[in-house]
Ligand binder design. Structure first.
Ligand code: GDP
Length: 304
């Protein structure tokens, strides 16, 4: 229900475009397919993924000889669900904390303003509600505001935070956080990092160093690297995903701000293009507004 609400704008816009694409047509022909291509591209599905979807529909039209435009909804829904199934393994794909791995360390990356801090706060809240002992690490030391904001969320969720002053070494904060987590017997550690993209080499070096130093405290960390992308920025989100996946090994994605945007299609394209599961979607500013991404629910709420 809340997912429907979160994606309302995407859905409404998508359907009005789709109905224009088939207006006055009873059968799916080349014109309709051209229009459909435009609908998908302007819904931020991305060109490559759009072409993939169009090809699949073309193949079905060719096979069935005749496809009415009234069926297009159903076919499109099936093809998109199929696409998401291929790339987004599993159904509800939240980050699960395996037994015997303590602390379980999640490093969160993404550029400023995408909703990284908010997502960390919401995630901490979810883990805490499941009975896990959570510790936050403020390793985005580049901006004072980032540290303050994380502190606000730590207070709100009521979990401990490890921080140093602005400008200190992110790797040192990460080290302290893990040491503190180990001594407190914490279950989950969530580390915020700075996401400066203006210098790719710096970003890569910084993330590599943070990882290396963390591994001195807990082996094989981080267990999870979560990239946060702002869904309302459409193609920028694609570009950021490209940069970050080059700089570090990203294991999961969170796409934020899908409420209030018509760009929900970005989730489809990103999960197809990067072969990294979207695990969460942000649908508001509140503490509860982070949903575990479920591809079936997502496609359903987009299409019904
Ligand atoms: P950061 O710089 O990446 O850490 O970004 P913040 O977490 O500070 O978020 C930037 C702004 O986006 C804040 O005003 C958040 O309340 C807002 N925000 C974050 N996630 C969402 C979301 O899913 N929906 C909406 N509408 N706003 C969000």
């Amino acid at each position: 229900e809340s997912l429907d609400k979160g994606l309302e704008k995407s859905k409404t816009t998508f359907f009005s475009k789709l109905s224009k694409a088939v207006a006055g047509k009873s059968k799916v022909d080349d014109d309709v397919l051209d229009n459909l291509e435009e609908v998908l591209v302007t819904s931020d599905v991305g060109v490559d993924t759009t072409l993939k979807i169009i090809e699949r529909i073309e193949a079905r039209v060719a096979k069935d000889k005749y496809m009415g435009t009234d069926e297009l909804n159903i076919i499109l829904r099936e093809e998109i669900a199929g696409l998401l199934s291929e790339t987004n393994l599993g159904d509800a794909t939240e980050i699960s904390i395996p037994e015997g791995v303590r602390p379980y360390v999640i490093m969160v990356v993404g550029v400023n303003g995408v909703g990284k801090t908010t997502t960390i706060g919401k995630l901490a809240h979810q883990f805490k509600n499941k009975g896990f002992k959570v510790v936050l690490g403020a390793a985005d030391t580049f901006r004072a505001a980032a540290i303050d904001q994380l502190q606000v969320w730590a207070d709100r969720v009521d979990v401990p935070i490890v921080k140093q002053k602005m400008g200190s070494d992110p790797a040192s904060v990460a080290f302290d956080t893990l040491s503190s987590a180990v001594s407190q017997g914490a279950d989950v550690v969530i580390i915020d990092t700075a996401g400066r993209l203006h210098n790719k080499v710096n970003l890569m070096n910084e993330l590599t160093k943070v990882k290396r130093v963390m591994q001195k405290v807990v082996e094989n960390t981080p267990h999870e690297v979560l990239l946060v992308l702002d869904g309302s920025t459409g193609q920028n989100a694609f570009e950021q995903a490209k940069q970050f996946t080059k700089a570090t090994e990203v294991t999961s994605l969170a796409v934020t701000k899908l409420d209030g945007t018509a760009k929900g299609g970005v989730v489809i394209g990103i999960s197809d293009q990067f072969q990294i599961p979207v695990k969460y979607i942000g649908v508001g500013e509140g503490i509860e507004d982070l949903q575990v991404f479920n591809k079936y629910e997502f496609v359903d709420s987009f299409f019904s």
